[in-house]
Write a protein that binds this ligand. Structure first.
Ligand code: SAM
Length: 242
């Protein structure tokens, strides 16, 4: 590592610690989750020109018109998912692979599905380089889950879904405490929703309002149902020089 690279690393490390403090200020209190975020170098998951913004508490654009989620949202969703050391987690919407990496710090195994093959293979390559060997990434329609690697203890959807895809519920381990977290709603706004199994029932709770890119696929939104309004918003915000 040359002196310039080493200076950049120091700066990024400092920014990562500062982000942790600001997450705590915003109410993230779970130390397992905070440690997981501290362990993952977010700058590795964003484009080289955005490395310096990696520890701002913002969503950032990635390829294919998608986003890497805001760290506060990653922390809150991970907390809501109540991941345990023995959990097998299914993530729908790999995107950059960052949230999968955070989950992999806590869980036994993470299976992550991304519908854009180029994002899936990029995320897989980064996770491999970082030696996060308990994550498998697949390209496909995650709105149908990933039955081949089921059963799961936790399922996380990181894109806005119109409703909970029914097929996912069959892929849970049939045990109390199995839990799904997803932003459910329309393009204007979604409710961050937790669904937890208790006996033969699923108990639903809403823990906040958020705004995500759409879940596509069989149990997601079609092009005609979801306008490109959201994409244009990103284009405006991230146009070079603005
Ligand atoms: N978790 C990601 C990260 O850490 O970078 C951010 C996810 S981004 C907000 C939502 C992702 O969901 C996008 O990459 C999008 O392509 C993906 N997606 C949308 N519909 C999907 C589907 N049916 N199956 C799998 N991935 C899907």
């Amino acid at each position: 590592m040359n002196p310039r690279q080493s200076l950049e690393m120091d700066e990024l490390h400092e920014n990562r610690s500062r982000l942790l403090t600001s997450l705590q200020d915003r109410g993230v209190a779970d130390t397992t989750v905070l440690n997981a975020l501290l362990a993952v170098p977010r700058e590795e998951f964003v484009a080289p020109e955005l490395r310096q913004l990696a520890y701002d508490d913002n969503a950032l654009p990635i390829a294919a018109g998608q986003t890497i989620s805001q760290p506060t949202i990653v922390a809150m969703m991970t907390t809501a998912l109540a991941v345990e050391q023995a959990s097998r987690v299914l993530e729908i919407g790999t995107g950059s692979g960052y949230h999968a990496a955070v989950l992999a710090q806590i869980a036994e195994a993470v299976v992550s599905i991304e519908r854009h093959p180029e994002l899936a293979s990029r995320a897989q390559a980064i996770l491999k380089r970082l030696e996060m060997n308990n994550v498998e990434v697949h390209a496909g329609d995650g709105s149908q889950g990933w039955p081949a690697s089921a059963p799961y203890d936790r399922i996380l959807i990181t894109a806005a879904a119109p409703s909970v895809p029914n097929r996912l519920l069959n892929q849970f381990r049939p045990a109390d405490g199995s839990r799904l977290v997803a932003p459910i709603g329309d393009q204007a706004l979604q409710h961050m929703t937790i669904i937890e199994r208790s006996g033969v029932k699923w108990i639903k709770r809403v823990v906040g309002q958020v705004r995500f890119v759409p879940l596509r696929g069989e149990a997601g939104w079609s092009d005609s149902e979801w306008t490109d309004q959201w994409k244009s918003e990103w284009d405006r915000r991230w146009k070079p020089g603005t």
